[in-house]
Design a protein around this ligand. Structure first.
Ligand SMILES: CC(C)(COP(=O)(O)OP(=O)(O)OC[C@H]1O[C@@H](n2cnc3c(N)ncnc32)[C@H](O)[C@@H]1OP(=O)(O)O)[C@@H](O)C(=O)NCCC(=O)NCCS
Length: 435
């Protein structure tokens, strides 16, 4: 967007409200809720809490990474299943784990252009409700069966199927080009960058310690709604259930590697877990926020997306995107009061941090004389990250934005950098500012 200095008066995109559901491990409290239901819950509650009359909204940009076959356009469903007027137009976007960074920059762009004044941005994910596919052979046979005219034709078709063709196919978190899972790719990054198991476990430990402290200190109370748990609705999910206050470095060290059982370093403890949840934001033009008497939590200052070959270091995208976003903001890493780096895996966080600080990486990969720099640990993921909080893919970006802006306000800070790595070798970076 190159927003710095080029924003028409009053068109700066303000984030005026944000909310998320608790993030819960897949297969637990939200196992009976679909992504679209989780999304509608959070949008409904966000609009109600914001106090903004529904008629003021003009657009919704929403995302879901693992699609539900029966919901082709989750963005529009966020209008049709909530109190928003049906005249609110909507679209769906996906950028893997950076999806609700994308929904936010889409909404911000529309505001900047003067096409929108008040938008919902966000995402929802249910890994409990992931689609299970039929094998290709079964799917083809079923399509042909529906066209077969005679019983003989049908029997002939069925006779071509083997027992293995009936096995259900769960979605794989695999890169289609490399055939490697995210975890396997992160293992390769750990090896290439010399990231030890111990260092990864320390990142995981800090993530849990800080997230637990944030919950205990009441920091998340204003940004996490309560969700009655179906089917009986006798209980309420009020907090993230991945965070482990009691986690110790010893307990983390005792876990077995998952993706490379013999030589690997990545465990269930230092990886983000499969998670269900939703998060949403309200964005407005600065003028509109002023007219409605809203106090912005902060503003989108700049952003950048970047990509590298997935056969290389799959989750290293932030190291390519962050320098561009900072340049576009006219700021340096040292100007940031907070940095929030999505934690897909501790190995990925540490690999990204190494690249941020590396003169060699800056010269060879970015063509820059100086590296971006080191991040003060006291400013990085201060209230925990996706390892401890969980990672419902499409909701993570919006979670990070609301969490960071509220912390920036507590600290009376001015600038924050957010980064997210994503499938396909993608990276996203967003610079937020207060006043
Ligand atoms: C890593 C992964 C396979 C683990 O799944 P899982 O086996 O269902 O994980 P669990 O939560 O059951 O944890 C396994 C064990 O580790 C333990 N554990 C997990 N985190 C722990 C922690 N912080 N401290 C102590 N123990 C921990 C659990 O208690 C469990 O122990 P148990 O077997 O005795 O019950 C799964 O989370 C995964 O696929 N993550 C990666 C997701 C991904 O690719 N994301 C993409 C990012 S872009």
């Amino acid at each position: 967007m190159g927003m710095n200095g080029t924003v028409p008066p009053g068109r700066r995109a303000a984030v005026v409200a944000g909310l998320r559901t608790p993030f819960v491990k897949a297969g637990t409290d939200f196992k009976d809720l679909s992504a679209v239901e989780l999304g509608a819950l959070v949008v409904n509650e966000l609009v109600a809490r914001s106090g903004i009359p529904p008629k003021e909204f003009d657009s919704v940009v929403f995302g879901q990474v693992i699609p539900s076959p029966t919901v082709t356009l989750i963005g529009r469903e966020m209008v049709l299943r909530t109190q928003l007027p049906r005249s609110v137009q909507a679209h769906t976007v996906a950028r893997a784990c950076a999806t609700s960074i994308q929904t936010t920059t889409d909404a911000a762009d529309q505001i900047l252009l003067g096409h929108s004044d008040c938008a919902i941005s966000g995402g929802a994910e249910s890994l409990s409700d992931a689609p299970i596919f039929a094998t290709r052979a079964l799917a083809q046979a079923l399509v042909e069966l529906s066209r077969a005219k005679t019983l003989t034709d049908r029997l002939r078709l069925l006779s071509t199927l083997r027992p293995k063709d009936f096995a259900p196919q769960p979605p794989a978190l695999k890169e289609p080009t490399t055939g490697l899972t995210m975890g396997e790719s992160a293992e390769l990054m750990a090896q290439r960058n010399g990231i030890s198991r111990e260092a990864q476990d320390r990142v995981a430990y800090e993530s849990h310690r800080r997230a637990a402290a944030a919950w205990e200190g009441g920091k998340f109370d204003g940004e996490v709604m309560h969700v009655p748990v179906p089917p009986r609705f006798e209980r309420v999910a009020a907090k993230d259930n991945v965070v482990r206050k009691e986690t110790t470095l010893e307990a983390l060290a005792a876990l077995r590697p998952v993706f490379d059982r013999r030589y690997g370093t990545i465990t269930a403890g230092n990886a983000s877990p499969l998670t269900d949840g939703a998060a949403a934001l309200v964005l407005m033009s600065e003028d509109k926020a002023r007219a409605l008497g809203m106090r912005p939590l902060g503003f989108v200052r700049s952003y950048a997306y970047a990509a590298l070959d997935p056969r290389d270091q799959l989750l290293q995208g932030p190291a390519y995107a962050a320098p561009v976003a900072l340049d576009r903001a006219g700021l340096r890493l040292a100007d940031m009061d907070l940095v929030d780096m999505h934690e897909a895996f501790a190995a990925q966080v540490l690999s990204n941090l190494k690249a941020f600080a590396s003169k060699d990486f800056a010269a060879k990969e970015l063509g820059r004389p100086e590296p971006l720099g080191e991040i003060d640990p006291a400013k990085l993921n201060v209230n925990g990250g996706s390892i401890a909080l969980g990672h419902p893919f499409a909701a993570t970006g919006a979670r990070m934005i609301v969490q960071t802006l509220r912390e920036l306000s507590r600290r009376n800070g001015q600038y924050a950098l957010l980064t997210v790595c994503a499938a396909g070798g993608l990276g996203a970076a967003l610079v937020l500012e207060r006043e």
